[in-house]
Ligand binder design. Structure first.
Ligand code: FES
Ligand SMILES: [Fe+2]
Length: 343
């Protein structure tokens, strides 16, 4: 059948990155967009993150423009109404009683690996699963990159299982699938391939073992092991559907020295790993991912792809994806209604 525009795939449920942890400021909300709606993120008085709808229910100001965080509450710039992390209006700017119905939508939040995630469900259901909390301790400071692409999280995440595209788009050789496990919202795959190194001072081709951990369509991390390198690599791939066919693709890279390794680059001082090798790895990783950009932005979504030996487990991936759509079938289903935050 003729494919549909990937941008028309419905918004999937799941956890989606809305900011990096350290982008949340003490005194100002951060604007974010998820599944066709505007939100702001801020920290309450205990430092806990909150993601709430951006528009004030009083007279509609967007609190990401001029709003501030005061005593752990979000204050609207228009008339000073204040909201707590659950979205309840706790004060007007006049010292009068807040209208009881004045409330913001508040999304469940989750922090992992230096990122802030918000839960989205098209019917507003609470989270039915939570991804693991990844500890940033021991890893180099997170290197980050954000691109906005005309695609959909299901399309970008499909890369993890589309082994057939690796030689053509990325120039990887001898790609071998080692494992695929599917368990509820978690998909795990392992594969290996040969590629040019790209590490400074490490010119030869390298054999890379990849373990991909996918939690829903918005949260993937990839642990890469390069024989003899002496460093462990962690990559994040975090696509968030913004609306209007756009997806924010957040990439992250963190490195750490392999246990007790003096081999490869493992002898380098920590500062060199953090400030030279990690940024170089990020640039290289970003260039790799952006090799897919033209294809993602111009492809059609084929609901029933004509798969062939050599593809990798794309069919199993597509079946796994269905659980993230209200209809149970995300593949080529019509666009979901633009999800207004319920109020
Ligand atoms: S519009 Fe927000 S306080 Fe009036
Ligand atoms: Fe790719």
């Amino acid at each position: 059948m003729i494919g549909s525009d990937p941008a028309e795939l419905p918004y999937p449920s799941g956890w989606f990155a809305v900011a990096a942890d350290d982008e949340l400021l003490a005194d100002r909300p951060v604007r974010c967009r998820l599944a066709g709606a505007d939100y702001v993120a801020f920290r309450d008085a205990r430092g806990e993150p909150a993601v709430v709808s951006a528009h004030c229910p009083h007279l509609g100001a967007h609190m990401g423009y001029g709003g501030c965080v005061r005593e752990g509450t979000l204050e609207c710039p228009f008339h000073g109404f204040r909201f707590d992390r659950n979205g309840a209006c706790v004060a007007t700017g006049y010292g009068t009683k807040p209208p009881p119905a004045a409330r913001l939508v508040s999304l469940p939040t989750h922090r992992s690996g230096g990122w802030l995630f918000a839960w989205y469900h098209p019917s507003g259901r609470p989270p039915s699963w939570t991804p693991p909390v990844l500890d940033a301790a021991g890893w180099s400071p997170l290197q980050r990159h954000l691109s906005v692409l005309r695609t959909h999280p299901q399309e970008t995440t499909e890369n993890s299982v589309d082994l057939g595209h690796f030689p053509f788009v990325h120039g990887y050789r001898d790609v071998q699938l080692r494992a695929l496990e599917v368990d509820g919202p978690r998909l795990h795959t392992r594969y290996s391939f040969t590629r040019p190194s790209g590490f400074p001072g490490w010119a030869r081709d390298i054999r890379v073992d990849i373990a991909v951990f996918v939690w829903g369509l918005g949260f993937s991390y990839v642990d890469a092991n390069v024989e003899g390198l002496g460093l462990s690599l962690r990559h994040f791939v975090l696509p968030t559907a913004l609306g209007d066919g756009q997806t924010a693709l957040r990439l992250g890279v963190a490195l750490r020295k392999s246990e007790g390794s003096r081999r490869g680059l493992g002898w380098l001082p920590r500062a060199v790993v953090d400030h030279l090798i990690a940024p170089a790895t990020m640039r290289h990783y970003r260039a790799d991912v952006m090799q897919d950009r033209e294809i993602w932005e111009n492809k059609r979504h084929i609901r029933r792809p004509l798969l062939a030996d050599g593809d990798g487990p794309v069919g199993r991936y597509r079946k796994w994806c269905r659980q993230f759509y209200a209809s149970g079938e995300g593949d080529g289903a019509e666009a979901g209604p633009p999800p207004e935050p319920a109020s």
